[in-house]
Design a protein around this ligand. Structure first.
Ligand code: AMP
Length: 608
């Protein structure tokens, strides 16, 4: 295996790398470092984020820097303040044992005077965002006439962000004979034209194929109806108790909305977008980096430069408008040798966007069913059991209480005790998901995927019986409460609820035809009542409605099913605060107001 020494780096640098835990060079480092050390030729490097490119350009430059000169010898341009700071930090770490060496980051949104003061002391390597760099050049505070290296990091992103003019200006004030190193994860036309216009016969290196995604990332897609998009998102979080993820949204507004909903539903989530102040963004990023925060909902731009290596999932709440952005999004996971999953939640209409992305990343999306309630419960239960298994018992504190505890639990055997303790923590979760519907828009799964998905079968109206119930809007009945009432009758497990029609003094609902008799019997046997009124349920003739007819109280049958399970849970969740951390990491309570379609819709309306 190649070592950093083999690549021609000196002892001081190798010592610093050892301190950082870098044992061997990554592929891009192995290719770029000897090239830059041995040749003055320009370099065009394809490198995904997270492949170690900072060291790939940083180390050979440090190796050749003249610390005895006060000139700025290298300028590294990066698209965002966060990335600039990250690069400067890395370079500072690499140069830990290089006496007299200085690096500084210059970026917008911070005091320019402070940055000028730093530059005045003599900085060998400047890492800057394009706007602030131009500003400092114009003020004659940043002198680039002696730079030997110009590095364009994430060149595609800089162009995406509209920094073409700034790049032109900066390139114009640097000496002709410098060495230009261009690093980019994708090579759209604009990047190629920068390379063509500003580089002289560049050597090309690439770790992996150009524009292709990392091999460490698997790509999955879920097909859901628009109204189930958010519920699908929650299920992804719920089925992965240890999820550490960025959810990408297309607009700042969408980002904030999704984050607000997740927070309201008890998830450990927060938003990151350009409408936040720099201080707010810094605080959110810090929380996410140190894993106090489990889910970050972010725009593409705001998430740039966030250096986290162990994301378990990248979730595309909606696919990006530009295909290249998908590569960047998915490249946030599967970094530094780790594996990751990139998930696209799409509606049937959006499926067409997957093919061109597949061509771009050179990989196929795998059609994946949205996790079922059962799968979620299983994963959460196992997580809970792991926690119980690993919990550190404080013997000295607990010993005094044990005799009276044993006395109280006398007569319960091991199995019974386990069941009860687990139920204590887990009942709310179970009841939330016990009748959770299938969220897959299975008719819409692509080609061969269709046959393989057995969970995606939707019941048609023929399988439903229609019931009359003698309570309505005037009794304060709404779809959620009706679902709760049906739930309370415990007719059968996983029974599906169809259309609901709430009228002033009576209502109709549909239930699985196979349980027609049981439904009538359950309501009778339980002497069901609603707000003090005796409830009477009868079978009524089925009314044929069109797809949208008779659906004014809710969405598809699957959507309602979610409300059904939520309906039972809502009472509980109102009565109590979240009791703690179910998943051990983030999910605090499984109940969710958003599971009540109508409640959610009306609250949205109020907001507007
Ligand atoms: P970068 O692509 O430069 O942002 O690097 C991605 C991550 O990989 C950073 O956290 C680096 O610290 C880490 N890294 C880079 N090179 C190596 C290496 N040779 N060995 C171990 N970790 C590395």
């Amino acid at each position: 295996m190649t070592t950093f020494k083999d690549l021609g780096l000196n002892e001081n640098i190798i010592k610093a790398l050892t301190d950082l835990g870098y044992e061997n060079p990554t592929e891009i480092q192995e290719k770029a470092i000897p090239q830059v050390l041995a040749s003055k030729a320009d370099l065009k490097a394809f490198a995904q984020t997270g492949t170690g490119k900072t060291a790939a350009f940083g180390l050979p430059i440090l190796e050749q820097i003249d610390v005895n000169s006060k000139d700025t010898q290298a300028i590294i341009l990066s698209p965002t303040r966060e990335l600039a700071l990250q690069i400067a930090k890395n370079i500072e770490e690499f140069s830990k044992y290089m006496k007299g060496f200085n690096v500084a980051a210059v970026y917008g949104g911070a005091s320019i005077d402070e940055q000028v003061r730093k530059l005045k002391k003599g900085v060998h390597v400047v890492v800057g965002t394009p706007g602030r760099t131009v500003d400092l050049i114009n003020r004659k505070q940043l002198k680039l006439e002696n730079v030997k290296w110009l590095i364009l990091d994430e060149a595609d992103e800089m162009l995406n962000m509209g920094f073409k003019d700034e790049l032109d200006k900066i390139l114009a004030v640097t000496p002709k004979e410098k060495q230009t190193l261009l690093f980019s994860a994708t090579f759209p036309r604009e990047v190629e034209s920068i390379a063509k216009n500003y580089m002289h016969k560049p050597v090309e290196i690439s770790a992996g194929e150009k524009n292709k995604g990392s091999d460490q990332v698997s790509h999955q897609y879920y097909v859901v109806s628009e109204r189930n998009r958010y519920n699908a998102l929650k299920r992804i979080a719920d089925v992965n108790p240890d999820i550490y993820s960025i959810i990408f949204c297309r607009t700042r507004r969408e980002t904030q909305e999704i984050a607000d909903k997740l927070i309201k539903d008890g998830y450990n989530a927060d938003a990151l977008h350009g409408d936040l102040s720099q201080a707010q963004r810094d605080s959110v990023m810090e929380k996410f980096r140190n894993k106090t925060l489990q889910i970050l909902v972010a725009t593409d731009v705001a998430a740039r430069g966030l250096d986290v290596n162990d994301l378990t999932h990248v979730i595309n709440h909606k696919l990006p408008d530009q295909m290249e952005s998908y590569t960047h999004r998915s490249g946030r996971t599967g970094r530094a040798g780790k594996v990751g999953i990139s998930i696209a939640i799409v509606t049937s209409r959006e499926k067409g966007k997957l093919r061109p992305i597949e061509r771009l990343i050179g990989k196929q999306f795998v059609s994946t069913p949205v996790p079922t309630g059962k799968e979620i419960c299983q994963n959460q239960l196992l997580k809970l059991i792991d926690k119980v298994h690993d919990i550190k018992v404080n013997d000295t504190e607990i010993n005094d209480f044990l005799p009276s505890i044993y006395e109280k639990l006398e007569g319960l055997d091991r199995e019974e005790l386990i069941k009860r303790f687990v139920s204590l923590e887990f009942n709310t979760f179970l009841s939330y998901y016990q009748n959770a519907p299938d969220l897959n828009d299975s008719d819409q799964m692509r080609g061969s995927d269709r046959g393989s998905d057995t969970r995606g079968k939707r019941r048609d109206d023929e399988n439903m019986s229609r019931f009359f119930i003698n309570i309505g809007r005037k009794d304060n009945l709404n779809p959620a409460r009706l679902i709760g009432l049906i739930n309370d009758q415990k007719i059968a497990k996983n029974i599906e609820i169809g259309q609901i029609e709430i009228l002033d003094t009576f209502s109709f609902f549909e239930l699985d035809k196979n349980y027609q008799e049981e439904t009538i019997a359950s309501f009778k046997e339980n002497s069901a009542d609603f707000e003090g009124r005796n409830v009477n349920v009868e079978i009524t003739e089925k009314k044929r409605t069109g797809r949208s007819g008779g659906r004014r109280d809710g969405g598809s049958s699957s959507d309602r099913g979610d409300r059904r399970s939520g309906g039972g849970d809502r009472k509980r969740s109102r009565d109590r605060k979240p009791e703690g951390d179910f998943s051990g990491f983030g999910r605090k309570r499984p109940d969710s107001k958003s599971a009540f379609g109508s409640t959610e819709k009306s609250s949205k309306r109020r907001k507007r």
